[in-house]
Each structure stands twice: as C-alpha cells, then as structure tokens.
Design a protein around this ligand. Sequence first.
Ligand SMILES: [Fe+2]
Length: 212
Amino acid sequence: MKKINSLSDLLMDELAGLLSAENLLIKSLTEIALACESSGLSFVLEEHAATSMNQARRLQDIFNNIGQNPPKVICEPIKRSISEAQGIIKKTPQGPARDTALISTASRIEQYEIDKYQEVLEHALILGHTQMVELLNKSIQEERLMNFYLNELAQYMINVQAIGSKLSHKVQSPVKNGRVNIREGFNRKTAKKKFKDREISRYIDEGDSNTL
Ligand SMILES: [Fe+2]
C-alpha cells in the first residue's frame, strides 16, 4: 500500500477509491436490477449502472490528464453495500419486501458517492486542479439526480403499498416502449425546486413528460 504523505497523495488515493467504487457498481448493479420486481426500480438501477460507466471513464480521463496510473485501491464501503444487496436477494423472495430493502441499500450507495465526490472535489479545488473540478462536478450532478430518482421512487413505492393491493394496479408504473413511466412518483416541480442547477433543470424540462 502506497503511503500518503501529502494532500496530493490523498487526492490520488481518493480518486482511485472512486474509480474502484464505479467499477464495482458497473459489475453488480445490472445483476441487482434483474432481481427487482418493480420495473421502475430496475430501470433506475440500470440507469445507475450506465451512469457509473461514464463516471469511471471520466475518472480514467482525470488520471490520464495528470499522467498518473490509479493506485490500487478497493472501495470497501461500496463493496460492503453490494454484499448487503446480494444478501437481501438471497434471503428475500422477489416482491415488495426485497424491493424496499434494495432501494434502501441503493440510496445508501448513492449518498456515499455524493459525499465522497464532494470531498474529493474540495481537495482538487484546494490543489488548483480546475479541469478536474469540472469533471468531478459533472459526476456529482449525475449522482444527485440519481439520488433524487431513488427517493421519488421510494416514495412512490410506499404510496403503492399504502393504497393496498386492491388499488395498486391504478398506480403501478408500467413499462412503455422500453421506458418506465413513473409519473406518479416523479414530481417535476419538486425536482426543479431541489435542483437549481441549470443542467439538471434543463434535463428535467427536456425529458419526456411521462418518463424518466
Ligand atoms: Fe457513481
């Protein structure tokens, strides 16, 4: 293990930790998505896997730009969360209980990523890596948007369960043309209020009004 003697070393270690996190998620999220009953949750997890691929590429670009190879680091918190998700899949049959437990784990993963990216961005800022800050900021915005979708979806699932099985078909999120409609769980006004960031507001405005 390489010793950390400076803020620069710490930044390299943290970036490598993020790269490890993204690579672990790329490998596992699709498998977790396949185990969900809710098509909305599967869709969000698949989206997260695709976003993780972009973010891993971005981190690799950061290392290329500074002419360094990423140190060998394993992101233990994400590794543990993935094991937790695999444990949930083993011990619960496919259904609402499994989905509810998986959505909690996915939210914890997302929160960890947001906090970690923010921390690394601050260190990059102190060291004056302007281009790196820009790239990290893109990933933070994506993570926040993903977290928002998860929270909305969690609320939607709670509503479905609260309404009860008799009426649940009325609020079920259907898959339409290969995309998932989570209209009932997606409040555009709340999204815009929460995300003043232009890029995200635009994304919300330009998105199909009924689909993610
Ligand atoms: Fe990520």
